[in-house]
Design a binder for this molecule. Structure first.
Ligand code: GLN
Length: 255
């Protein structure tokens, strides 16, 4: 009961937790939980702590998913995004992470929250076969050497940092996604507040249309999405066509 005095063990926990908080450790790692969307996930230092910005991504993905469709969450971490999509009931969700430790956290969260998700250990698309209606990702997007990084020191670097510009993983995901999208499928990615232009360029270069930038609740540019007109099968046909053309040109000895 609220009026009960704390036990000695509880006081010890409280003191230890306060000391960790004072040393700069995020509260979510001390309590082991974080609220996201309409549920609570457990977190460990193996996963990024879900941010409210990412709810903008969830909301936009749900608007584009219809009952019976399929969704892929790349770099699922705690599983927060995948769980939000799966619990909506409108999508069969596959979620991947390159970290086996993260997948343990994600699987436990999904099970506890009654979200049916197919989990795979995979670096981005490496272990994926098949195509999806919607692909979402909140990849690492902070630049190595970014002045914000010291404040994020408790979180996994692999979930935060993506090369010198912070764009390495975003570029890979955007360029590769068309091979794993169904015709008229959507890609939605979270990115840094200053990455909207290069991300939109990458969407255009990969053949996406209806490219849109969404702002998070803090007013920052945060999510870019686009729709693929051509799906995987058309892409394959084009690729074959290109190869045949290349071979033809090589055969003719053109430079
Ligand atoms: N939004 C996070 C931050 O700036 C970064 C998350 C990410 O890299 N995906 O703290």
């Amino acid at each position: 009961r609220a009026a009960d005095p704390l036990t000695a063990a509880q006081l010890k926990d409280l003191d230890a937790g306060s000391a960790r908080l004072a040393a700069g450790e995020p509260l979510a790692y001390i309590t082991g939980v974080r609220g996201f969307w309409d549920f609570t996930v457990t977190v460990t230092p193996a996963v990024l702590i879900p941010r409210p910005e990412t709810e903008t991504l969830v909301e936009a993905a749900l608007e584009r998913l219809s009952a019976g469709e399929t969704a892929l969450d790349l770099g699922t971490g705690s599983g927060a995004i995948a769980i939000a999509l799966a619990r909506s009931g409108s999508a069969a969700v596959t979620a991947v992470d390159a970290s086996a430790d993260a997948l343990v956290v994600a699987r436990n969260n999904a099970e506890r929250l009654g979200a049916e998700i197919q989990f795979l250990e995979s670096s981005w698309f490496d272990a994926i076969s098949g195509a999806f209606h919607v692909i979402v990702a909140n990849p690492p997007y902070v630049a190595a050497g970014d002045p914000h990084l010291p404040a994020l020191a408790y979180e996994p670097t692999a979930a935060l940092v993506a090369g010198r510009s912070g764009l390495d993983d975003l570029n890979h995901i955007i360029a590769t996604a068309p091979e794993y999208l169904l015709p008229a499928g959507w890609l939605l990615v979270e990115h840094g507040y200053n990455q909207a232009d290069p991300v939109a360029d990458a969407f255009r270069a990969a053949g996406f249309q209806a490219i849109e930038l969404l702002h998070d609740l803090g007013g920052q540019p945060r999510v870019t999405l686009g729709r693929l007109k051509r799906g995987r099968m058309e892409k394959d046909r084009l690729k074959r066509g290109r190869i045949e053309k290349d071979q033809l040109e090589n055969a003719h000895g053109s430079q």
